[in-house]
Each structure stands twice: as C-alpha cells, then as structure tokens.
Design a protein around this ligand. Structure first.
Ligand code: SAM
Length: 233
C-alpha cells in the first residue's frame, strides 16, 4: 500500500479513510495483521496494524522487505485517448518501469478532458499491484511542441511512427544506458506539420512497431516492451 509518509523502524503510519476501507473492509485485515507499505523513497516495509478503525488506522513499521527500487530512465509521452484506454496506458507504463508519464496534446488528439488526478491514482494502484516501490508522476497535459522545444540534451526520443510500420526497425540507433523517451500518437495519428517538426529534431528517432497499425494503447504497450527487451535492465 502506498503512503505519503516516512517509513523506518518503529515508525507509526497513519492510514486514511480510503486505505482503512481497503485494508479493513475489503481485505478484512485487523489489528495485529501485517501490511506492506511503500512511499517511493524508503523501500518496502512490513508493518503491523495497531489500530483498525472504520475511517482510519495506524500501522507500525517492523522491517524493510525490499530496498528502494528505481524505474528505468524512460519517459512515456502519449497523446490521451478515451478514458479507459488512457487508464490502460498508465497501468502498463507503470508495470513496464517508466519513470515519467507525460500526456502531450497533439492536433488529432481525443478531446475528452484528461483527469490527471485520476490517472495518478491509477498509477498508484498499478504500482501497488506490480510491486514497484516507486510511483511515476503523471504530469499535466502539455503541447508536444513545447516539450520538443525544451527537450533535455542527451535524451533520445523514440517516435513510434506509423509511417514506418511497413519498413520496420529504427531501434538499432539507440544504446543501453541512454536516457530515453517514447512518443505515441493519438488514434488519428500525427498531422503532417507535427511529423515534419518531429523529423527535424536531431534527438528524435523514428521507430516501427511492426507491420500493422496498432491502436494507441497497444502501441504504448508494444513500444515499452520493445524498449525494455533491448535496453532495459
Ligand atoms: N490514424 C493513424 C493511421 O492510420 O496511420 C494511426 C494512428 S495509431 C492508431 C496511434 C499511434 O500508435 C500512432 O500515432 C503511432 O505513434 C503508434 N503506432 C501504431 N502502430 C504503429 C506501428 N506499426 N509502428 C509505429 N507506430 C505505431
């Protein structure tokens, strides 16, 4: 369970209503039971439930069960799609070790409002489920052009380019240990202008995800997996 509080030997941790409800009503835990806690900084801790109320609880840390892990040095830039599919992208990105989730606005993106707070909560759940000891930040939506303009030196941006679908490859330009990011477009693909601006940037590497056109959420999953298989640890 993710908590936004320090963890350490003997540390008492307050459990808020949502966590109390999950642990005590849903999971049916009670005083004396063990819970595993992480906060993104101090690794994972086994804690004992000291108080199990309906609205709140307290757990006391006993011992560290896993050291603090680090995500891959990999960012995922994606153009939001419909809500459920964006949820899927966030979940898979956490499971596949992305460090930052960066929604980007593009010309043909889905116009539904992106609830970053909901997506962040979704990232927390995904981290809890897959045993990651960190939670990537889901950033606010920003225009693709602005991100490209302020791009950090030395980070390669793998652009999943549907026009390369038939051609294959692209990934061979990268190398392990290189700070990386992946860009996935919206269902409508990138506009001609966006394509031209991406192609003009030296840090952008167009890559293929195979011969068929994948839905945006499948493309995100495939690209993250391909990156991890080639460059991940
Ligand atoms: N409407 C676009 C078209 O017909 O060409 C398809 C967009 S696709 C559904 C959504 C995004 O997934 C694309 O912008 C691209 O980033 C990525 N994508 C899907 N299939 C791909 C492939 N085979 N190779 C590279 N990128 C792909």
């Amino acid at each position: 369970v993710f908590v936004d509080q320090p963890l350490g030997p003997g540390q008492a941790v307050a459990l808020d209503e949502a966590r109390a409800n999950y642990l005590f009503a849903v999971m049916r835990l009670g005083a004396g039971d063990a819970v595993h806690l992480f906060n993104g900084q101090d690794g994972e801790w086994r804690a004992e439930v000291a108080e199990a109320g309906r609205r709140r609880g307290i757990a006391v840390c006993a011992d560290q069960t896993a050291p603090q892990g680090v995500p891959s040095d990999l960012w995922l830039l994606f153009s939001p799609v419909k809500k459920d599919r964006t949820n899927f992208i966030v979940e898979k990105a956490v499971e596949l070790g992305a460090a930052r989730l960066m929604p980007v606005s593009t010309r043909h993106m889905n116009s539904e409002r992106l609830r970053t707070d909901k997506q962040q909560a979704h990232a927390v759940e995904a981290a809890e489920q897959c045993g990651a000891t960190w939670v990537p930040v889901v950033e606010d939506l920003q225009p693709l052009d602005r991100l490209l303009a302020g791009w950090p030196e030395g980070r390669r941006l793998y652009w999943a380019d549907e026009a390369r679908a038939g051609a294959g490859g692209g990934w061979e330009a990268g190398s392990p240990g290189e700070p990386s990011a992946i860009l996935i477009g919206p269902e409508g693909g990138f506009s001609d202008d966006e394509r031209a601006r991406l192609a003009a940037r030296p840090f952008v590497t167009p890559v293929s995800l195979g011969p068929r056109i994948l839905r945006a959420e499948t493309a995100a999953l495939a690209a993250l997996t391909l990156w991890q298989a080639r460059f991940g640890d």
